[in-house]
Design a protein around this ligand. Structure first.
Ligand code: GDP
Length: 601
């Protein structure tokens, strides 16, 4: 049985543009895709819209039925649009074709009430980086209070039905979105005012729920593709197929299979193919090409039917031997009229492009696909977080052992994106003190790691402060000698800084510091204490001197600060000590530097 889409390809020269949907969680991506599919079905063309593997094809005839007077099919020669079914920028980055994003064009969904959110910005970054043309779907227009809902119809028609207040409320929200786009470097306007879609982003108000504005969205997508993608859509349909692995799945009766999107040429049963694998490119032969059965027949025993060939752009499940090591996001190439070695070299080269820049020292990253690995490492690079090791796959014990070899405790961490953590890896991580961070959202993952780094740095700072000698000055009070010597015990008043026990103390003699003894303990009203501060009157024991000889009542002593400590205090910890300590430190340094200007520098 021939593939229905093979017929919808006009003489085989222009392929269907691939459309991706991106946006923040809950802004309506899934609903939008469902509605596009649903409207296509209600237009009575259920036969023409086919459920593909991982994608939905909407032919031009269906688009023009939905869009009504907005679209004249004679204006277009592209065959329609192929929507990738899994929305979100994760899948967007996962799905790549030679040198770029697999999607030719994108819809950025923004909830008009919620506005720009972290994942909206992340999606914008990705679209900018991959230079993918896109339109903004300003979704949930129907939630503007007082909205009088309709159904699948052009947005102007829907707006005409609203009262002035509703219309101006909607406009206000739309201009907020346009403003945010401009803040992020995208000049944008309502789509009907955009003259040049190459320089300006069109904003399409719509409701994925009611269908209002869906005709406009499809029209803009079609127009954008026709104007700017036509050259790229021109392919040699008879040429060797090229595609991208969406997912590697077990299929009963077929073993390990690849869900793939073919974006160039044709793939046929029995074709020899090269697929990107974990270690090496895999060379194998197509055993079967599978497509879902039409919805009406899906309850029959077999979910799939086989087809003899698939032409771009289309989704397909490929059954072939030896696919266990295939990776999501990896390239697929049909070997036809070329040297096998050249194709292998091509696949290698493409994989190498995706490979991540790693360093001697850094964190370990595990991700579910090559595309996501690349996206995370891009983000980490922006954040100046070095990567020591990056790989596709679940977190296994050897990843933990790898992470544990990092020198810096901050880098003894694994960032796991959309993958599982094997039980024995988790156990080992606990033993080895390796921290594992898991999330399906890149910014969240990096944010969690950042917090962890801050916590470690604060702890390190505290540790340093704990071990460094703190500046203090105190006076030996008259008539408060409790013991003359071995050790001397005297009452003192702290004049400034933080007096801690176990420090050397002394005085400046002709500008030179002279140690008089070791301050061993501090007692406050008979209780041992670790430290005392300005104004405190405490009793201290000092090993070394005898009162009346090396030290005298009424004189001022200083805590001796080793030169190295003085340097750290002045250069690194100035903000972390108290104002009183800073003052004593300054006096201490000034006194030293009168004699030696470079002391502690
Ligand atoms: P996703 O996370 O971006 O895929 O968002 P969903 O499509 O799951 O939508 C999130 C929620 O918003 C769901 O409860 C939807 O029913 C609702 N929603 C989506 N689009 C619209 C819309 O146009 N109008 C209204 N009122 N609700 C919507």
């Amino acid at each position: 049985q021939p593939d229905p889409d093979a017929q919808s390809q006009p003489t085989g020269q222009l392929r269907t543009p691939i459309v991706a949907v991106l946006g923040h969680v809950d802004h309506g991506k899934t609903t939008l895709l469902d509605t596009i599919r649903g409207s296509a079905v209600t237009e009575g063309e259920a036969g023409a819209i086919t459920q593909h593997i991982g994608s939905t094809a909407v032919p031009l005839s269906v688009i023009s039925d939905i869009a009504g007077k907005l679209v004249d099919p004679d204006d277009f020669d592209l065959p329609g649009l192929l929507f990738i079914d899994t929305p979100g920028h994760h899948s967007f980055s996962t799905l790549r074709s030679r040198g770029g994003a697999l999607a030719d064009i994108a819809i950025l969904v923004v909830d008009v009430n919620d506005g720009f959110q972290p994942q909206t910005l992340e999606a914008l970054d990705i679209l900018k980086r991959t230079q993918t043309p896109f339109v903004v779907a300003a979704n949930k227009a129907d939630t503007v209070p007082g909205w009088n809902p309709g159904d699948t119809e052009p947005i102007q028609q829907a707006i005409e039905r609203q009262n002035d207040r509703v219309e101006s409320d909607l406009n206000e929200k739309l201009y907020e979105i346009i403003g945010k786009l401009s803040d992020n470097g995208f000049s944008a306007d309502m789509y009907w005012r955009v003259q040049n879609f190459q320089n300006n982003i069109g904003v399409v108000p719509l409701s994925a729920m009611t269908g209002e504005g869906i005709p406009d969205l499809l029209t803009v997508l079609m127009g954008l593709s026709q104007r700017f993608l036509k050259a790229e859509m021109s392919i040699d349909v008879g040429g060797p197929g090229a595609g991208t692995v969406l997912e590697v799945t077990e299929e009963r009766g077929f073993g390990t299979t690849l869900d793939a999107i073919i974006y160039d040429g044709t793939i046929r049963e029995d074709d020899q193919i090269v697929v990107g694998g974990v270690n090496e490119p895999i060379v194998t032969e197509v055993r079967a090409l599978l497509k879902p059965k039409p919805l009406s027949e899906i309850r029959t025993e077999k979910e799939f039917e086989t087809v003899e060939e698939i032409a771009a752009a289309d989704g397909v499940k490929i059954a072939a031997p030896d696919l266990d090591d295939a990776m999501a996001g990896a390239p697929i190439r049909v070997v036809r009229d070329q040297d096998l070695d050249d194709v292998i070299a091509d696949v290698r080269k493409e994989l190498a492009e995706i490979e991540v820049q790693t360093e001697e020292e850094g964190v370990t990253v595990k991700a579910d696909t090559l595309g996501s690995l690349e996206a995370i490492s891009g983000t980490l690079e922006d954040e100046e977080i070095p990567i020591m090791h990056a790989e596709v796959g679940d977190v296994a014990p050897r990843d933990v052992r790898m992470a544990a070899t990092a020198d810096d405790p901050k880098h003894q961490a694994i960032l796991a994106f959309g993958v599982d953590i094997l039980d024995d890896a988790r156990r080992l991580a606990e033993q080895e003190d390796v921290d594992i961070f898991e999330d399906d959202v890149i910014y969240q993952l990096v944010e969690d790691y950042d917090e962890h780094v801050t916590a470690i740095e604060t702890a390190q700072q505290d540790q340093i402060l704990e071990n460094i000698t703190r500046p203090a000055r105190f006076e030996i009070l008259p008539d408060h000698t409790f013991r003359q010597s071995d050790p001397a015990v005297v009452g003192v008043e702290v004049l400034g800084g933080k007096l801690r026990r176990n420090v050397n103390v002394g005085r400046f003699e002709n500008g030179e510091f002279e140690r008089v003894g070791h301050l061993k303990t501090i007692q406050d009203e008979g209780e041992d204490v670790d430290e005392s501060t300005r104004g405190d009157r405490v009793a201290v024991s000092i090993e070394g001197p005898t009162v009346g000889r090396q030290i005298k009542e009424g004189e001022t002593l200083w805590v001796e600060i080793p030169e190295k400590h003085a340097k750290i205090l002045e250069q690194e910890l100035k903000e972390d000590i108290t104002g009183g300590e800073r003052e004593v430190l300054k006096q201490y340094l000034d006194t030293h530097r009168k004699r030696d200007p470079f002391w502690g520098k």
